[in-house]
Every structure is written in structure tokens, then in C-alpha cells.
Design a protein around this ligand. Structure first.
Ligand SMILES: *[C@@H]1O[C@H](CO)[C@@H](O)[C@H](O)[C@H]1NC(C)=O
Ligand SMILES: *[C@@H]1O[C@H](CO)[C@@H](O)[C@H](O)[C@H]1NC(C)=O
Ligand SMILES: *[C@@H]1O[C@H](CO)[C@@H](O)[C@H](O)[C@H]1NC(C)=O
Length: 738
């Protein structure tokens, strides 16, 4: 993308929507780490510094245990018994290998140890574990103890085998693995340098037998790939058609003399029953095909801004096992633009690309073109199945023509577009990058609502609601800081049964409730407007839906957010109390009013002079509408009147506070102690305090607010001894709340 176009886009993204859309992108609730601890909605399972480098998580929902792979250790946590000591296995790398690793110039603390990076369930009693083994990967079975019979997890040392082609050598390099039917599919680097990455399948049980992989040193198969996720998805009802899909990003090789390096997001697939070719492609995939995943937004003048850096993939299972939804998390960055996006793909779209035309390199400049010549039979990428052709029982029966075609054609011509052809979520120019993605689908009465949990690179978990209706806007719910100091979220697991999230970061492992309803506010309005599907108004408080009887609950219908009708029985908080304030002529005054949520906008209405209606107050020369309230400089007699601060959200507005401002003559302000001349001028004019940046204005308002409070107190005492006017006597009986 040209820098100018990018700059334009940056501007377009930021500005044209106006404040309304910007507020939608701000979370309803921003929870700091301190507030999180106080809210009692999280718990450290492995405290910061307890078990460094824990990144592999394996959750067993039914048996409620969580296995954690860490540095030189495997830990088993019993989630149902928080008091129980975690079980631990120590599994260091062999001493000789640690020395070898150090001699090769690696760091003894952060690299030359056995970092457990892979934990995959093998059967009901065994888990396959692989670690980096100080740059010599190793795998072994972990046997689980019988249920209820005390500690019993142990490492089966006789099952120790090489982890090459299963687990990376480095503790940090991304990889993807999936163990299914006793076969481990893994996309990983397979050497010390971390340079030759490939997609492997190895047999796990028993003696080490066959393996199969992508062709070596063939850039058109894979070029500098980074693997993100692997999933087994059945294609038809015929089990011979079962496939494994692997998601990754790689450097795309565009031909042409203007060749440029691009990162492209990809999905590749292989048949589970692929055993390689007989004469060619021996021990190589003979059904490996790949296609590009697109996730982009329209830019100026018909261009597209692509999000190509695939960061994470979440497979959302639906009732139809052949058609899960694929949620992809992508980032994009350039000198002037950075952002993250989530795109959703249907398996139908993925399959359509694989059944479409092949891509082909042609001509003197090796440009990619659509392959238009005859495609051999059986169509490359088809899984062998006797059901279709009795002569094709295995990939070894493929004709040579098919094998040589597959050897040269892996890439499909058509890319895969997301549903709706646009991201469901976009975050541009935010101070963090999204790294991890989880989706929780809530279903009720044939409709669904997806909640996205996104882990950032600076220790936050974002919670975003996606109403199931086409075109509905994403609802930004929470932004939770789960670490004391910013550090990347490494992995997240969802436990729908226990209604919690397990979040691992470099700081440790945290258990996090799916909601903190009470923090949304104390009124029905606050609760319902948040549109958090886990929360509801129970008549007296905002509570978790789980804790409430359904029939007593308000605002379960998060899709409608028809707050007024849902909250009409609970009008408390709707009628704002009128508060008197006294301003001194020619001086400044500050009327404080702040919405509870950053998503709520605030508007000021005023009635000045007798018999006039309320009209909106807009910022001007003397009056400034600020996030924190209304600042009126150089008060005059005409400023006296009623000021109402209203919260505005979607189509609703409701009063938050009402002030009746009275002006006191300048001469009547002989207070007991006066400030010096210099101080006076600096207080009355914010420009004196510095440039009109928000920082200095904030400081000014805080100072002004403080001073106002003190002065109001003094004035109240003074005025209580005076003969009240008829209007102010009503006002004065109100409790003083400024
Ligand atoms: C925190 O939650 C636990 C479990 O629900 C409860 O027993 C405890 O009293 C709560 N503590 C506070 C301070 O709310
Ligand atoms: C699981 O696999 C291991 C290793 O092959 C085997 O010894 C064990 O009997 C299996 N367990 C079950 C319950 O099948
Ligand atoms: C305006 O505010 C300053 C600062 O509190 C105070 O010293 C001054 O007396 C006020 N002016 C009048 C006219 O009350």
C-alpha cells in the first residue's frame, strides 16, 4: 500500500464516524489490575514467578483438570479443588544436552532447558507431552492417575522418543500441533537454526514408524511459514474424506520483476489417509493444497487494506460437525497504520476455494496465473476412497500424472473471502496488538450471540459481543488488565462449564470469570445498556445470569437493548436531584458531571432567564463542554439558571444531575482569606496554565473543581445566615452533594 493511501486510510479510520462510533469501540468497562483483584472475579492458579514460561495448556472439562507445560515441569491443577496442591512432574533436559546448548551460544536460563510446549490428549489415560529439550526436542507419555486416588500423574520414561518434527527447538518459535487417531500432525521448524519449517505427520503410539511431510527446500510448498493452528474437520459422511486443516502465514512469492515480499495468511489441507506416493512423493504429502485467507477493509479509491499477519485461529463448533466456523485473528502494520481484525470464514467458502481452479506460475517472469489446462483424474487433493473408485484404495494408487501435478501445484487460484466480505471486528491505532482469540457462543430460542475474548500483547483481555444478526455492530464490553505489568497473553482456554477463562501470560496463570456484572453500575439502565449477555438486572442489582432465576431477570434480550421498556419499573436514578451552586460574577465555575461508562456521551441543557425552555449548551468562547463537566469562565448575570447534564446513548437520554446556578455579585465576595493577585489570574484563565492540551486542561479542571468545593462550602455557611429568596429556600434543603 502506498504511504499516502495508508495515511488517508488512517485518517478515515479515525475521523469520519464521529464520536459515536468511537465510543462504541471504547469498552463499556475498563478494569485495571487493581480493580480486578478487588472484584473477586479472578484468581492466580500459578502465581507470577511461580512457574515461569507456562504456555502449553490442556484443559479437561469433564474431569476438571488443567495441565500446564512449563520450564522443566508439567503441572496438573484440579480446578474443582482450589485448596489441593497441584501435581508436578519434573522433566529437565539431559545434562549433556544443556551443555551442548550452551556451547552453541544459547542462553542457559531462557533457552537451554526443557520447555514443555506440546500437550495433546492421546487416550483417556495418556497425554503426549513434548518439550524443547534444550534444543533437542523430546516427547513422552504422561500417565494420569486414576480418578480420586490421590496424586498419580507420572512421566513414562520408557516412552521417551525424539520430538523432531513435532515440537520446535526454540522455546519461543510459534508452532501448531494436533494429535488425532494416534497420529501427530504438526507444523514446526525441524532444525536447530529454526529455519526449515514443515508440516509433518508422525505416528505416536508404539514403535516409531512412518512419517510424512511437506517436500524439503521447495519454496512453493511452504516459504518461511509460521504455523498457527491445526484442526481435523470431516468433509463428508464418508470417513475416507476426513481432512486435517492447518492455518499458517508465509512469505508469498509473487513472480515478476517487481517482486516484493508479502506475508499471506493461508489454510492448507491434507487427507488423513494420505500415505504419500509410490514412485514419486515417497513419504511426502500427496494431497497437500493451500489457499489464501483474505481479511481486508475497503480503503480510499477502491483499494483494499489487507490484514495478512495471521495471529490466531479459533474453530467454533456448530451442530453440524462438517461445518464449524473459522474465526481468524489478523494484524497489519506499516509505518503509519497498525491494527487488528477478526474475520469469520465458513467451511463452504474454504471448500469452494479448494474445488476451484489451481494457480500456476507461467511465463519468463514467473507470474501467478490461473491454471487453465486439463486437470488430471482423480482431481488432485481428492482423498482416495473405494466408495468412489475401487481402484483407488490408497494415495499410492494415484497415477503418476496426479503425483507430478501435485508436486508442482499446491496453491489454489481463488482466495477465501470472509463472511460478509469484511471483518466482524476492527481495532485500528490502539496501543496494543491482539494476539489470542477465543469465541463463546451463547444460544437461545434459535438465535445466537458470540462473545469474543481477545488477548493483547500488553496483558489485557478484551471482551466483545457479536450479536448474531447480519450487520449488527460489535459491542465492546470489557477491557481487563490481567497482569500487573504489561506482558503478552500467551494462551487462553475457555471453560463454558465452569463459566471461566484460563489465561496464561509471562506473569503466570490466571483464572478469570466471564463477567463482573456489578461493575457496570447500580441502576437497571447501567446494567441493561451494557448489553453483556452474561449479566442481567434482577430487580435490585446487576448480577450474573447464572445466579438469577430467569423469570425475574430483566434485559436478557441483549439483542434489543430496549432499555426504557425493560427498565421502566425501576425508574430510580432517572429523576435527577437539583443541586444549588453559587458562582461569583466574573469568576469561573465548574459543574461536574461524568458518565459512568466511557461509552456514554454527555450533553448539557440549560434554561437561562425566566420562562424559557431547556436548550443545549455548546462549547463557545466562555463555555467549554468537557468530559468531566461544564466549565463556564467569566460568569455573568445571564448565566444564572438551571443546568441539566444528560447521559446519551443510542436513542436514549436520561438526566444524571441538575444544577441551579446562582450568580453572586463580585463585590459581595469578601471571603475571610484572599489570595494574592498572581494566584487569582492564574486560576481564572486556563490558558495561563499552559497549552490547551487535554493534560493541562484536565489539571486545570481538577484544580478548579477542588477550589469550587471549598468555596461552595464557605458560601453555603455564609448564605445560611442570610434571608433566603423564595426559590433558593427550596433548593437549600437538598443535601449538599457536590
Ligand atoms: C469472593 O467469592 C467467593 C466465592 O464466590 C466468596 O466466598 C467470597 O466471600 C467473595 N469475597 C468477597 C470479598 O466478595
Ligand atoms: C492409552 O495408551 C497407552 C499407550 O499406548 C496404553 O498403554 C493404555 O493402555 C491406553 N489406555 C487406554 C485407556 O486405552
Ligand atoms: C475568584 O476566585 C479566586 C480564587 O479563589 C478568588 O481569590 C477571588 O476572590 C474570586 N473572585 C471573586 C470576585 O470572588
Amino acid at each position: 500500500m502506498a504511504p499516502l493511501a495508508a495515511a488517508l486510510l488512517w485518517v478515515l479510520l479515525l475521523w469520519p464516524h464521529g464520536a459515536g462510533t468511537w465510543r462504541e469501540h471504547t469498552p463499556r468497562l475498563r478494569v485495571t489490575y487493581g480493580e480486578l483483584l478487588k472484584s473477586n472475579s479472578s484468581r492466580w492458579l500459578l502465581a507470577p514467578g511461580d512457574m515461569p514460561g507456562s504456555q502449553a495448556l490442556l484443559l479437561d472439562e469433564d474431569r476438571t483438570w488443567l495441565m500446564v507445560g512449563a520450564k522443566n515441569h508439567i503441572v496438573l491443577l484440579h480446578l474443582e479443588q482450589p485448596g489441593r496442591e497441584p501435581e508436578k512432574i519434573s522433566w529437565p533436559a539431559p545434562r549433556a544436552q544443556v551443555e551442548h546448548c550452551q556451547l552453541a551460544g544459547k542462553d542457559v536460563e531462557t533457552e537451554c532447558a526443557n520447555f514443555i510446549r506440546l500437550l495433546q490428549p492421546y487416550n483417556s489415560s495418556h497425554v503426549l507431552a513434548c518439550g524443547t529439550g534444550a534444543y533437542q526436542p523430546i516427547c513422552a507419555f504422561v500417565q494420569l492417575g486414576a480418578r480420586g486416588q490421590g496424586p498419580g500423574m507420572r512421566l513414562l520414561s520408557h516412552s521417551l522418543q525424539s520430538g523432531r518434527g513435532r515440537c520446535p527447538y526454540s522455546p519461543r518459535q510459534p508452532f501448531a500441533a494436533l494429535l488425532v487417531d494416534g497420529q501427530l500432525y504438526s507444523g514446526t521448524s525441524s532444525d536447530f537454526m529454526g529455519s526449515s519449517a514443515a508440516f509433518f505427520r508422525t505416528e505416536v503410539g508404539g514403535a516409531e514408524r512412518g512419517y510424512i511431510r511437506t517436500e524439503q527446500h521447495q519454496d512453493h510448498w511452504l516459504h518461511e511459514p509460521t504455523f498457527i493452528g491445526a484442526f481435523a474437520i470431516p468433509d463428508t459422511h464418508n470417513p475416507h474424506d476426513d481432512k486435517v486443516y492447518i492455518f499458517f502465514r508465509e512469505t508469498a512469492l509473487d513472480g515478476g520483476q517487481w517482486e516484493r515480499r508479502h506475508i499471506h495468511a493461508r489454510v492448507a489441507r491434507v487427507c488423513k489417509n494420505d500415505v504419500g506416493g509410490k514412485r514419486g512423493l515417497i513419504n511426502r504429502w500427496s494431497t497437500f493444497l493451500k489457499a489464501r485467507l483474505l481479511c481486508s477493509i475497503p480503503g480510499p479509491q477502491g483499494t483494499q487494506t489487507h490484514f495478512d499477519q495471521l495471529e490466531d485461529v479459533f474453530l467454533l463448533h456448530t451442530r453440524d460437525p462438517q461445518n464449524p466456523l473459522v474465526f481468524g485473528l489478523f494484524t497489519a502494520s506499516s509505518a503509519v497504520f497498525s491494527g487488528s481484525a477478526v474475520c469469520v470464514y465458513s467451511m463452504a467458502a474454504v471448500r469452494a476455494a479448494f474445488s476451484g481452479p489451481f494457480a500456476h506460475k507461467e511465463g519468463f517472469d514467473h507470474r501467478w496465473v490461473q491454471y487453465k489446462a486439463r486437470v488430471p483424474y482423480p482431481r488432485p487433493g481428492t482423498c482416495p476412497s473405494e466408495t468412489y473408485d475401487p481402484l483407488l484404495r490408497s494415495t499410492k494408487d494415484f497415477p503418476d500424472e496426479v503425483i507430478s501435478f501435485v508436486r508442482a501445484h499446491q496453491l489454489m487460484w481463488e482466495p477465501i473471502h470472509p463472511l460478509g466480505r469484511r471483518p466482524v471486528l476492527l481495532r485500528a491505532n490502539v496501543p496494543y496488538r491482539l494476539r489470542q482469540l477465543l469465541v463463546h457462543r451463547l444460544e437461545a430460542e434459535g438465535r445466537h450471540y458470540d462473545v469474543l475474548f481477545l488477548g493483547t500483547d500488553d496483558g489485557k483481555v478484551l471482551k466483545v459481543g457479536l450479536p448474531g444478526e447480519a450487520g449488527a455492530e460489535a459491542v465492546s464490553l470489557e477491557e481487563i488488565s490481567v497482569t500487573e505489568v504489561p506482558s503478552p497473553i500467551l494462551d487462553m482456554k475457555l471453560s463454558p462449564k465452569r463459566q471461566e477463562l484460563l489465561v496464561s501470560s509471562t506473569q503466570g496463570l490466571l483464572q478469570l470469570s466471564l463477567s463482573r456484572c456489578e461493575l457496570y453500575g447500580q441502576t437497571c439502565m447501567d446494567c441493561c445498556l451494557a448489553r453483556d449477555p452474561y449479566c442481567t438486572w434482577d430487580g435490585s442489582a446487576c448480577t450474573s445470569l447464572l445466579l438469577t432465576e430467569k423469570r425475574r431477570a430483566w434485559c436478557q434480550d441483549v439483542l434489543k437493548a430496549d432499555v426504557l421498556s425493560q427498565c421502566q419499573d425501576t425508574a430510580e436514578g432517572m429523576a435527577a436531584v437539583e443541586q444549588p451552586v453559587f458562582g461569583v460574577e466574573k469568576n469561573s465555575t465548574f459543574l461536574e458531571c461524568q458518565a459512568r461508562s466511557p461509552q456514554t456521551a454527555v450533553r448539557w441543557l440549560a434554561r437561562r432567564g425566566e420562562g424559557l425552555g431547556l436548550s443545549e449548551v455548546r462549547s463557545g468562547r466562555r463555555v467549554v463542554v468537557l468530559e468531566q463537566g461544564l466549565l463556564i469562565r467569566q460568569l455573568g448575570w445571564e448565566d444564572a439558571g438551571t443546568y441539566e447534564c444528560q447521559a446519551v446513548e443510542r436513542s436514549f437520554s436520561w438526566p444524571l444531575i441538575r444544577y441551579s446556578l446562582r450568580i453572586i455579585r463580585h463585590e459581595a465576595t469578601e471571603l475571610p482569606h484572599r489570595r494574592g493577585k498572581g494566584a487569582e489570574s492564574s486560576w481564572t484563565d486556563p490558558r495561563v496554565l499552559g497549552a490547551p492540551g487535554s493534560g493541562s486542561l484536565d489539571a486545570y479542571c481538577t484544580a478548579l473543581r477542588l477550589r469550587e468545593r471549598q468555596r461552595q462550602k464557605a458560601w453555603q455557611q455564609k448564605w445560611q445566615h442570610r434571608a433566603p429568596e423564595s426559590k433558593s429556600s427550596r433548593v437549600r434543603r437538598q443535601p449538599w452533594r457536590l
